[in-house]
Design a protein around this ligand. Structure first.
Ligand code: APR
Ligand code: ZN
Length: 258
């Protein structure tokens, strides 16, 4: 399960990570595409990733949409169709349990646009990159949840008949301001940040890890492999989040032996 660490390191890492979480009164979590991989959704970077054989500039920028909205919608409609087939996994569910322990002192910041955290039952979810379950008008304020239902090749606004777009953040676009400031605040205030399944390469999201360090929070990383963030973190747990998170959260829930 975790070929990069010996059994004792593994135990030690889990115990240490659990102790950081237990010691914290506020916890923030940052997730990326890796947490949904075990549900059967492709990640972006690396082998078999969504950006493999596809130029980001062709499907995930405002320029791409202006030039060829059909191509962009083809990409997103395919991803919406994939969503109809998948379920949250044990990693998503473990974060629901973690939220239940911390209640209002817990924030789940996600770069994912798949909605699987909410589907699992997470409540305080900050979708800093938006959601492909929502569409919005390119001209008027119209915005609506469309779930995973099939959309036309080129959907138009019910109000003004302009082109609709997915309510996601593309490269070169600003993040939704209110959600982003809540995410930053959650990281500033937490004593422990848990970073799961992100390559930690896309900013400003990845910058939340540095923010946590600056504010003296413990940082735990769960990933299949090392990332640019790994060197700086307090604990790195190398393994699939669907296995690591339930094990970690179980230890947080368990009272230490007397
Ligand atoms: N368990 C844990 N980690 C995993 C797993 C797994 N089962 N499978 C993959 N990973 C890790 C990979 O090792 C990688 O570090 O998840 C990470 C996925 O990285 P990316 O594909 O780059 O996804 P992400 O970090 O979410 O990308 C950030 O880039 O294109 C944009 O807007 C898009 O929100 C996305 C942003
Ligand atoms: Zn409109």
């Amino acid at each position: 399960m975790h070929p990069h660490v010996g059994e004792s390191d593994w135990e030690e890492g889990l115990e240490q990570a659990a102790s950081f979480l237990k010691a914290a009164s506020r916890v923030a979590v940052l997730t990326g595409a890796g947490i949904s991989a075990e549900s059967g959704l492709a990640t972006f970077r690396g082998q078999g990733g969504l950006w493999e054989g596809q130029r980001v500039e062709d499907v995930a920028t405002p320029r791409a949409f202006a030039r060829d909205p059909r191509q962009v919608w083809r990409f997103y409609n395919l991803r919406r169709a994939n969503l109809a087939e998948v379920q949250p996994n044990a990693g998503h569910r473990a974060l629901v349990d973690l939220e239940q322990r911390f209640g209002d002192d817990f924030a789940l910041i996600t770069q994912n646009v798949d909605g699987l955290h909410q589907a699992a039952g997470s409540v305080n979810v900050l979708e800093i990159h938006g959601s492909i379950r929502r569409v919005r008008c390119t001209e008027c304020p119209y915005i609506v949840e469309r779930g995973v239902e099939a959309l036309p090749d080129l959907p138009h606004c019910e109000k003004c008949n302009s082109l609709l777009r997915p309510d996601v953040v593309w490269f070169e676009e600003m993040l939704p301001a209110t959600i982003w400031s809540r995410a930053e605040l959650a990281v500033v205030r937490c004593q422990c940040l848990l970073v799961v399944g992100t390559s930690a390469m896309v900013y400003p999201a990845a910058g939340l890890i540095a923010t946590a360090h600056e504010h003296k929070a413990r940082v735990i990383e769960v990933n299949l492999q090392a990332t640019p963030a790994t060197q700086g973190v307090d604990v790195s747990l190398l393994g699939p989040s669907g296995t690591v998170l339930p094990e970690l959260v179980r230890r947080v829930a368990t009272a230490p032996p007397l």
